[in-house]
Design a protein around this ligand. Sequence first.
Ligand SMILES: Cc1cc2nc3c(=O)[nH]c(=O)nc-3n(C[C@H](O)[C@H](O)[C@H](O)COP(=O)(O)OP(=O)(O)OC[C@H]3O[C@@H](n4cnc5c(N)ncnc54)[C@H](O)[C@@H]3O)c2cc1C
Length: 270
Amino acid sequence: MPVWQAVVYGVVQGLAEFLPISSSAHLTLLPWLFGWEDPGLAFDVALHWGTLAAVLAVFWKDWIRLLGAGLTGGGSETDRRLFWGLVISALPASVAAEVIEELPGWKLHALKAIRYGRFMTTNVVVSAKDARPTRYPLTAARSDVAYNLDAFVIRTPGNFDEHGGCFHNIVGDPTARVIWDDPDHTIKTGTLRELFRHHPEYRERVVRVEVQRWPHGMPLYSVGRMKTYEQLAEPVGGIHFCGDYTWASNMEGAALSGERAARQIHGTQA
Ligand SMILES: Cc1cc2nc3c(=O)[nH]c(=O)nc-3n(C[C@H](O)[C@H](O)[C@H](O)COP(=O)(O)OP(=O)(O)OC[C@H]3O[C@@H](n4cnc5c(N)ncnc54)[C@H](O)[C@@H]3O)c2cc1C
């Protein structure tokens, strides 16, 4: 990779990392937009090390103050709480459940009931009706697997015949587990065969298919889980809990659970 491209990546990373957006999408978009070679995982990791170095350099005084407060017990109560709050929030929930022994049994029980399932997206871009016909290469696929959960209902808005569009296909946990390690071309083939069965009109209009694996896609339903909702949301000793597993498994549930935690904190400080 030429040095100037690395500089562009660095500038985009520096500008985008502090925005509440995906921390890797901008690195995927750049090569896609300009036709550059994908820089690879090692380069991504190096960029994030750069971000870490920048954060440490800019906030070094705050870090020393927080470390002093947290580790030596000096400084203000707010700094001590913030330090330990940061430590705890950097632990995945299941690990936190193991290490925070002071959590009461009912809370541990509720947290341990959460299981995130696998999730796969197999998006298909199709062209407009009068575009040049395509012939997407099909290989083999499993005959006993339904490669699509939503019967191709979730799609970009608009008239596909006029402008083309994208089907946002979803493969749920039970199926995703079966096909997880299959090569991408068989998953794409299975998805397309199913698309053509539902919609033969797209047989010569497939432009692109993408497979994305989400190892912790969505909280799974399990018997008795609904009973734990109230307990999941309940703060314990100044620790507040939010996220889609405490409300509903979607963006709205996640946002509302954050608002609830903020209200709880505000209530305890008022
Ligand atoms: C493919 C896919 C499509 C979806 N589509 C939709 C949709 O169309 N509409 C909809 O409403 N919902 C959708 N959802 C669900 C929605 O994205 C989630 O419910 C929502 O993002 C959950 O928000 P959250 O804040 O609880 O968790 P997340 O958004 O997962 O945020 C948790 C954050 O914690 C970070 N983290 C994890 N471990 C640590 C650690 N140890 N230390 C520090 N940070 C850590 C993660 O990097 C992440 O940024 C979709 C989900 C997936 C996977």
